[in-house]
Design a protein around this ligand. Structure first.
Ligand code: ADP
Ligand code: ASP
Ligand code: MG
Length: 409
């Protein structure tokens, strides 16, 4: 088999841990597999680099330079990882994104992979050499270094696996798979043996950072067999991301709970309800490159309505300033905001065939005295906005109400 193994920041956070990774690579080779390694920067390094630049600039003013800076974290680690492998007698060669080359668009700090040249990697594999590739980075058409957004090494690994037609892409991290919810918040959370691509996409986009959302999208598009595993435990089979629902999975109505802190809400109150209202409010916000998440418009009373939406907290001040500047021209009575909200979502393909999930979610919140501020649903998920201080309580209560800690898969 040809296996792409990606090791996250904690897994390659020290030379000692790299020895452990090299031993894992060695065992896979002994079992007869060819291995390609993708590494992240050491844990905390990307944050440290960002902080270093903070007194000088930021991602918005100097995105090209920020990318040059951030890419160093992974570059350090490919060199150290290749050295560690060689020390253990495993032939290895390090590659930056530029050297591979991982071609991306020019959207610095959030670039998208367009194409991967794989000739050099193939030549190494044929010679029994382990290519060690820097995750999270690429090169654009001008030859400039780009990065793929936080958590982007996952996407590098899946894209490399797709380009090479690998048999499996293994994401090694500090937990032994995808859990019913973040085990740091709910210690009783249970590892899922498998989860569908569709569910994993929702989990990732609704806040579970165990896999970067684009890596899941890539796996779905190119049918890459993707597995999340622990770099510290050897016996666990981790979690397999599947393309089809199997019969057992149907029995579990909810597969997981995701949550996102760092949201903020803006409410435009008492605005005349007329066609074009939503675009009048949201277009200027979108033009400022601010992502709008949940949107709710109330039924109008006497021709007036309330219009609310949420944004990421980092964009809150800017979005609020834009909406306040529009208040008079759209004829709104007032603009309110709340910078301390959070979003909790339950996710599961079983929702398609089971009724009453929303009712159960809402009654769980009622029992805990948690007020629901906004609701949004899709075929396989229900998301609600609540006060941030209730977030952990909400996640734990839902986990229990939906019996996620029981072994029902
Ligand atoms: P890496 O540095 O290896 O990429 P990340 O920190 O990006 O690791 O992702 C792993 C972390 O994701 C875990 O430590 C865990 O706290 C968090 N996480 C959030 N939601 C989940 C979930 N549903 N299942 C497993 N881990 C989760
Ligand atoms: N080092 C980058 C980050 O911290 C990429 C990654 O770890 O996947 O976001
Ligand atoms: Mg990660």
């Amino acid at each position: 088999m040809l296996i792409v193994q990606k090791y996250g920041g904690t897994s390659v956070g020290s030379l000692e841990r790299m020895e452990n990774v090299a031993a894992k690579v060695g065992r896979a080779r002994l079992a007869g597999h060819a291995v390609v390694v993708v590494v992240s920067a050491m844990s905390g390094e990307t944050d440290r680099l960002l902080k270093l630049a903070r007194p000088l600039t930021d991602e918005i003013s100097a995105p090209r330079e920020v990318d040059v800076l951030l890419a160093t974290g992974e570059q350090v680690n490919i060199a150290l990882m290749a050295m560690t492998l060689k020390k253990q007698g495993i032939p290895a060669r390090s590659y930056t994104g530029f050297q591979v080359a991982v071609h991306t668009d020019s959207a610095h700090t959030k670039a998208r992979i367009i194409k991967i040249d794989h000739e050099r990697l193939r030549a190494d594999i044929e010679k029994g050499i382990v290519p060690v590739i820097a995750g999270f980075q690429g090169v654009d058409e001008h030859g400039d270094i780009t990065t793929l957004g936080r958590g982007g090494s996952d996407t590098t690994a899946v894209a490399i696996a797709a380009a090479l037609g690998a048999d499996e892409c293994q994401i090694y991290t500090d937990v032994d798979g995808v859990y019913t919810t973040d085990p740091r918040i709910v210690p009783e959370a249970r590892r899922l043996k498998q989860i569908t691509v569709e569910e994993m996409l929702e989990m990732a986009s609704l806040g579970s950072k165990v896999l970067q959302i684009r890596s899941v999208a890539f796996a779905g598009k190119y049918r890459v067999r993707l597995r999340v595993l622990s770099s510290f435990l050897d016996e666990s089979e981790g979690t397999l991301i599947t393309f089809e629902e199997n019969k057992n999975m149907e029995e579990a109505v909810i597969s997981g709970i995701a949550f996102q802190r760092n949201e903020a809400k803006i409410v435009v109150q008492g605005v005349p309800d007329r066609p074009g209202l939503a675009s009048q409010i949201l277009d200027p916000v979108a033009k400022a490159n601010i992502n709008i998440d949940m949107i709710v418009q109330n039924a109008s009373i006497d021709g007036l309505t309330d219009f609310s939406f949420t944004v990421e907290r980092q964009d809150f001040k800017e979005a609020l300033a834009i909406v306040e500047s529009l208040r008079e021209s759209i004829g709104a009575k007032a603009v309110f905001s709340d910078g301390r909200i959070a979003k909790v979502s339950v996710i599961g393909v079983g929702m398609r065939t089971h009724a009453g999930i929303a009712a159960k979610m809402f009654s769980t919140f009622a029992d805990e005295g948690i007020n629901i501020q906004m609701i949004s649903t899709s075929e396989i998920k229900i998301s609600v906005v609540i006060e941030e201080k209730y977030l952990e309580l909400a996640v734990r209560a839902l986990h229990e109400a939906f019996q996620l800690n029981q072994d029902n898969i």
